[in-house]
Design a protein around this ligand. Sequence first.
Ligand code: FES
Length: 150
Amino acid sequence: MPTFTLKINNKIHSVEADMDTPLLWVLRDQIDLVGTKFGCGIGQCGACTVHVDGNAMRSCLLQVSQAVGMNITTIEGLSEDGKHPVQEAWKEIDVPQCGYCQAGQIMTASAFLNRNPNPSNSEIRNAMHGNICRCAAYNSIEKAVKVAAD
Ligand code: FES
C-alpha cells in the first residue's frame, strides 16, 4: 500500500492507504480526528467538511492521494483553544441540537467568513445551503454566522 505524507492541522502525518481512500476515513480511522463526520459519503450533506488550502471541501470526495501537498484543517485545528469566533458564536446562539452536522457547518461558515467577512443574510443562506442539518436548525445557524461576522 502506498504511503502519503499529509499536512493536517499544521502537523505532518504519514499514512498508508489505497490511493483512492477518501480523506475522511484517513482522518477518522488513521489519525483519530473524529470531529469530521460521515453523513452520506457522496458529497451531499457537508458533515465531512474540512478546509483544504483554506477552502471548504468535502473530505468524503477527496482522495488521500489528492490531499498531498495541501494544508488540511479539521475542526480540531480550527483554533488552538476551541474559541474561534464561529465556535464562540455557535455557543452564544446555542446552535446544536443533535450536534452531528455542526463540525461541518462550522468549517463551511469559517471558510466563508474568511472570504466574505460582512455577508448579508442571503449570502449566508447561499453559503450554508449545502450543509444539511437533520434537526433543521437553519435559523440558528444563520444567526450564528451573522454573530460571528459582527
Ligand atoms: Fe461528505 Fe456527506 S459525508 S458530504
